[in-house]
Design a protein around this ligand. Sequence first.
Ligand code: 26V
Length: 849
Amino acid sequence: LWEILSEYQPRTVEAIQKQIVTHIEYTLARSRFTIDHHSAYMATAYSVRDRLLEYFNDTQQYFNEVFPKRVYYLSIEYLLGRTLANALTSLNISGVYRESLRELGFVLEDLYNQEQDAALGNGGLGRLAACYLDSAAALDLPLWGYGLRYNYGMFTQSIIEEKQSEFPDFWLSRGFPWEIERLDVVYAVNMYGFVRKATPAELEDGYKGKFVWEPDMEVLAVAYDLPIPGYKTNTTLNLRLWQSKPSHDFDLMSFNRGNYTAAIALRQECENITSVLYPDDSTPQGRELRLKQQYFFASASLQDIVRRYRKSGRSLLEFGQYNAIQINDTHPAVAIPELMRILLDEEGLPWGEAWAVCVQTFAYTNHTVLPEALETWPVPVMEKLLPRIMQIIFDINCTFLSCVRKRFPGDESRVERVSIIAEGHTQLVRMAHLGIVGSHAVNAVARLHGEIIQDRLFRDFYEMFPKRFTYVTNGVTPRRWLLECNPYLSHVITDTLGSEDWTKDIEQLCRLKDHATSRKLQQQWLMAKRLAKERLILFLKTTQLKDDPNPPTLDPNAMFVVHIKRIHEYKRQLMNILQVLLRYLRLKDYAELVTGTESIPHVVPRVIIFAGKAAPAYTRAKEIIQLIVSAARLINNDPVTRNSLVVFFVADYNVSKAEILIPAADISEHISTAGMEASGTSNMKFALNGANIIGTYDGANIEIAEEVGKEKLFMFGANAKEVEDVRAAYARGEAETIPTDLDRVISFIESGALLSKEERARGITGAGAYRAICDEMRSGTDYWLVAHDFQSYIKAQAQADRAFANPKAWTENSINLTGGMAHFSSDRSVKEYADRIWKVKPCPVPGQT
Ligand code: 26V
């Protein structure tokens, strides 16, 4: 049998071609004579999947034999992007596949572009989860990810009449070849109904718990497994995504019997649970469907984990010695009372022992300090949907608060502050408090963020459990974010270091610094950057500029400045576009002095690129997008400046667009109001690709600056402490006067300069859609300190202009940035979690790689 299987693992070009063609005929039922690009992609993907599955099966079997302590990463989001290139790289077979496809008449890179992104996440948090899976696999850790299989991922963004419009992302429409549907791995999840005491008869009958949850609704969770290949190792991990579906038993329940229409409607309600990813990462609106998603996810995952453990025959009292569960933000925190429910009601453990197991098992990562993003659920909503879970949360809180009272007698205001339940007109469940109380470790995602949660956000908890708190600075996978997305620079690095070992042993990158002054390396480095820019220019010409009758010329020698991330006030895309408008006005001034020339001399030409999505209900963020788009229209159409300044808003930002944009950047913007960005991860991706950073003293920027030397970056603005002081002054009524440069830009907008033809035709004058933005800038107290930081930002931009004018020094610096990024590999982050929080060791699968 094994021989048959090894036959099925083709190594030669011919054998691979045979397998691809077989999939065309027998999996896709297509004629081999009419293969289009998409079916060629699908057949190739199936053939790669076949190979992944063998590693996958071996890995899972090996884990079951060895039974190491395992980790489960619970995340409601995974921003995976595309899979084909990643799988080929991991298996180290891109070359032989490229060759096989070439002979079949296809270019491998063209097939990559056939794949839709899997965008099951909003932004940083979801992409981090994807990077961590990649690293855990590369490090041979016995880890599984759990998530949800949304039918609609992150919405598609279009710019219509200069505004964002959202469209559904039905990412499965052309099939998703990478998953394994497990119709036999199914769990029932209860909802609604009521809780009653178990009767003596039931207890005699073998019921273990004291309480019985009589649900009104039962939803099934079906598993879909996604193999996660480890780079150059046998380990292939699993990402298990749950999809909801109605249960048949439920149709036959008494209240449905005979009511066909009602029964169908209820089935629909079940399917809805995993239908759509919530697209707002700033303001959780206590929607019941979102809570359903969270509990459905937590319950299915916990049932699966407990069942796997029980199969080993070990005692549940040792559960925490064999299982670590990481909660990615509070979204899966309801897993804590769910494990309690299983241990109490289904397994019959006493409260104290069940609680000890929970705390030993769980660890919680906080990803945001924005008060409006901290999740709470109204008690009445939770009581109705999850009566038994609500009861358990009250019991957890009761036990916890009695500890607090014992330690701080008479300090009732402290009790109120730390309570899991916020009192008020409607009581609220504070999910972060539940996460802290129910975990043995609570971590921030960068050092400054760690200080902020200890000193401010969770100060009372830190006083009670100082050892619980820690931070693990985020990281990104160097495979996707350098090796795959930037083949040009990767070649240069491998060539310089003499081997490809840096892709797995990231510390090797440091050796680049020894060569930073080499002329040869500098030239190769510049050439690689140029190629990446050419690739981006081609992308822009075939997308954005396709129908533009008068497109701006894009010069690869220009400085490419990239600002890509979710649109939020705290990320201050507004400050950037205002700075761009100032630059434009100054160019016009200058052009008046030197009239008659085609381009303006002594000016570093810039191509400035923005991209990012705004939550559909976040009005201000949408206004900022509109401001960027209308400013770009004005600037790109001005014949005086268009050779010196070009501005784009790239629509529908996603992982695969990031893979084109990041390698092409000379500079990237990470300019959040200090203290607000927990870490940021694209800052690491850019620097890894040799792009410089214009940034504030926020999140991981601080640690990046420390690692490479802060004089190598363009750091500016108020630090976190100063931001607090400035806000305090504002609160005392001490408004600031608007800086002259900013005043000029705002007056320009207020003059109606950005109004579109249509708006003018409709008689709109003045600031138009930007009225509120202009007023806020003039207030002298804007919460995000755009006005306060404006002057120092302009200075940092000018420094960047001067530095870019010296290509030799610039390139040397760029090499040193890449060489300084070893610390920001997600391999390092995941190792820290494994050693310090999960206490798990690698479990490498034996065999030939
Ligand atoms: C909140 C909500 C609220 C309800 C609806 C859906 C939803 C989705 C996500 C969130 C929380 C977003 C938190 C987040 O993404 N934080 C980012 O995490 C990155 C990884 O740690 C970090 O680099 C960024 O600085 C941080 O903003």
